[in-house]
Design a protein around this ligand. Structure first.
Ligand SMILES: NC(=O)c1ccc[n+]([C@@H]2O[C@H](COP(=O)([O-])OP(=O)(O)OC[C@H]3O[C@@H](n4cnc5c(N)ncnc54)[C@H](O)[C@@H]3O)[C@@H](O)[C@H]2O)c1
Length: 408
């Protein structure tokens, strides 16, 4: 039996996937409301295919609890934020979870850390927790790192088909955990040591962040001299060895906007390009604001109260708002004491989380003269005609071209 600890965006689909493929699973989370919802037969976030997978896992016998279980394998999938000052990983969620696992784990158990961690975290923060319980890592308890790579919006498909990494300092344990993940994973599974697995995961997300920053910086450069960055990238990408990403309003979510900071925090004198990329991407919400002001001036729109924001989530077709560029932009406005936008709408965010939020496209568009599209949800892409009467700042290149559509 396995006990999955932390049933959020990663832990829940992982637990369900194991259960649907014949593994006995108990999912544990300390959030009582979340566990009550799952026990009640409802999922806790929106994701393509999640409800169907939930149904299969229930049929296969998955159960949910706020209690940690006595079992032979634990999979820990709790948050790993960074400390705002030092930029280093805040490993407190991971070490607290492992501490509680150690209170119930039998001798010989394997603890798999799925959470993304900076290189050295398992040695510096997890190993001491095990040793404080009087056990020796590799004898009394085995530690493994199995970082997750799935992307929200395509999680179920990627859980099944992505290649994975298993980091274990004992190759036999690595092979055992590989076999466990092979119950559902059809991709290739590389087995390596823990430190390499930790670094590999952080390096992957940092690669994405740097490449996004390059596109974003190009957008700023091109804007200064009226060049069309989209046309330039399109043509540059016709080169056989060039593949520039699209610029956007910034980077959010719990991964790409967080993990590169771990390297900056741990290697401050060396990780210069990485820090710079983070700063470029974090500057984009302000760039969007200044671009919106330019358009407002050009169109004689007097104040921000005639401007609406479409999109609160950090990417399209998900309900996750963590670190989203829209929230970053609203925070920046608050810091500069700017007056608020008149309306904010996101079809994926049904709860009120910011002031002036509305819950239908019709209500959103009434009285708005400029719409800033911060997220290219399919709902909008498939119904672009609704934007015909307004000016649009399309930060995601999602709205096609027309005289009323402005780009970054
Ligand atoms: N969200 C993503 O797209 C994504 C993708 C790849 C990797 N990751 C990594 O996966 C990890 C988890 O991220 P997430 O997005 O699922 O986070 P999340 O916040 O959605 O879920 C974490 C869950 O852990 C629970 N939790 C925290 N501490 C606990 C404890 N001590 N005991 C029991 N439950 C506890 C919380 O209540 C929460 O439900 C992070 O390290 C993240 O970097 C996330």
């Amino acid at each position: 039996m396995i006990n999955v600890i932390g049933l959020g965006y990663i832990g829940l689909p992982t637990a369900l996937m194991f259960a649907a493929h014949g593994v006995e699973v108990v999912g544990t989370d300390y959030n009582e409301e979340l566990v009550a919802t799952l026990k009640d037969g409802r999922t806790t976030f929106k994701e393509d295919g999640l409800d169907e997978l939930f149904g299969q896992a229930l049929k296969a016998g998955i159960t949910f609890s706020t209690e940690y279980q006595v079992c032979d394998t634990y999979i820990v999938s709790v948050p790993t934020p960074y400390d705002a000052d030092s930029k280093k990983i805040d490993a407190s969620y991971v070490s607290t979870a492992v501490q509680t696992v150690m209170d119930v784990a039998p001798k010989g158990a394997t603890i798999v850390i799925e959470s993304t961690v900076s290189p050295g975290t398992i040695d510096h923060f997890v190993r001491p927790v095990v040793e404080a319980h009087g056990l020796v890592v590799g004898e009394g308890v085995h530690l493994v790192h199995a970082p997750e790579r799935i992307i929200p919006g395509n999680m179920i498909n990627e859980l099944l088909h992505n290649n994975r990494t298993i980091g274990a300092d004992d190759p036999q344990i690595g092979e055992r955990v590989k076999e466990l993940y092979s119950s559902f994973c059809q991709g290739e599974i590389a087995v390596t040591d823990i430190r390499t697995a930790e670094m590999t995961k952080v390096v992957e997300n940092t690669f994405r962040d740097i490449n996004i920053a390059y596109a974003n910086e190009l957008a700023k450069i091109c804007r200064q001299d009226g060049m069309d960055v989209y046309e330039i990238i399109r043509i540059a990408n016709m080169h056989p060895r060039v593949n520039i990403l699209s610029p956007g309003p910034g980077v959010g979510g719990h991964c790409i906007s967080v993990d590169p900071w771990f390297l900056v925090g741990d290697y401050p004198m060396t990780a210069k390009l990485i820090r710079c990329a983070r700063e470029v991407n974090d500057s984009m919400p302000d760039f969007v604001l200044s671009r919106a002001s330019e358009i407002m001036k050009e169109r004689g729109i007097e104040d921000l109260s005639r401007v609406g924001i479409y999109g609160l989530t950090y990417k399209e077709n998900v309900d996750d708002v963590r670190e989203s560029p829209t929230l970053q932009m609203l925070e920046s406005m608050e810091r500069h004491l700017a007056t608020g936008f008149c309306k904010i709408y996101d079809p994926w965010v049904t709860e009120d989380i910011v002031p002036h939020q509305v819950h239908s496209m019709n209500e959103f568009l009434q009285g708005v003269e400029l719409v800033i599209v911060m997220v290219g949800h399919s709902e909008l892409r498939s119904n672009l005609s609704v934007l015909e009467g307004v000016a649009v700042l399309d930060t995601r290149d999602a709205c096609g071209t027309a005289p009323n559509i402005y780009k970054l």
